[in-house]
Write a protein that binds this ligand. Structure first.
Ligand code: ZN
Length: 225
């Protein structure tokens, strides 16, 4: 029989969660403070650990069952946020990262750089999960709808950056590959104050060309860079 955790991490969208070790969940030290945030903490914990009583009880209120199940999923998320910043959790996320299980950066200049799930806040239910690219150092909202309902707090704001402190070569390699985007007009790079210079030159409409001061000879630009 599939364990509850294996079932949960196999759900569509939940592939970005790692499988938290039973031993981590069973160590109450790791869960300090979580019980006060749940109405059915004990029951939710029993579901996560496959220890719930399977005896069918016609009297059990179905809506309460649903609520306990929802709390189990949320509790697992909070435990997950704590687990993935431990050495073991970081390693398990490393395995998923190098397999590309979190997807790639949508930015052209990052050339398919792998990204990491992250929270833009640690406050629960405030923001869904985002993805961090180590190449361009940016956060992205995932385009796949299946991540819309995943709380960013289940990954947290620390994880991605502790990850790259733990595996710094991954970040350094990503930064080497990522290329900044360089805008060009008629083949010329833009002066760093191009838009201000254009405004100052009184450029108003599409019928006149922008002032040449806004454009930089390519060679001069290469030297600046
Ligand atoms: Zn990127």
């Amino acid at each position: 029989m599939t364990s509850w955790i294996n079932w949960f991490v196999a759900l569509k969208g939940n592939e970005i969660f790692c499988r938290v070790d039973d031993s981590f969940i069973q160590d109450s030290f790791n869960l300090t403070g979580l019980n006060s945030q749940f109405s059915y903490y004990e029951q939710a914990m029993l579901i996560i650990l496959d220890m719930e009583n399977d005896v069918e009880d016609e009297e059990v209120n179905e809506s309460i069952d649903d609520r306990i199940e929802a709390e189990a999923e949320s509790l697992y998320g909070f435990i997950h946020a704590r687990f993935i910043i431990t050495p073991r959790g970081l390693y398990m996320m490393y395995q998923k990262y190098i397999n590309g299980e979190f997807g790639i950066c949508p930015r052209v200049g990052c050339h398919g750089q792998y990204v990491l799930p992250t929270g833009s806040t640690d406050v629960p239910n405030a923001m869904s999960v985002r993805f961090y690219c180590p190449g361009c150092n940016e956060l992205y909202t995932p385009s796949q709808r299946r991540y819309d309902s995943i709380d960013g707090a289940f990954f947290g704001t620390t994880f991605a950056h502790l990850f790259f402190l733990t595996y710094p070569d991954l970040l350094l390699n990503a930064r080497q590959i990522a290329q900044p985007y360089v805008p060009r007009v008629f083949g010329f790079k833009l002066h760093k104050n191009a838009h201000r210079l254009t405004v100052e030159a009184g450029h108003k409409d599409l019928n006149t060309k922008p002032p040449t001061s806004a454009l930089q000879p390519n060679e001069a630009n290469e030297n600046e860079a």
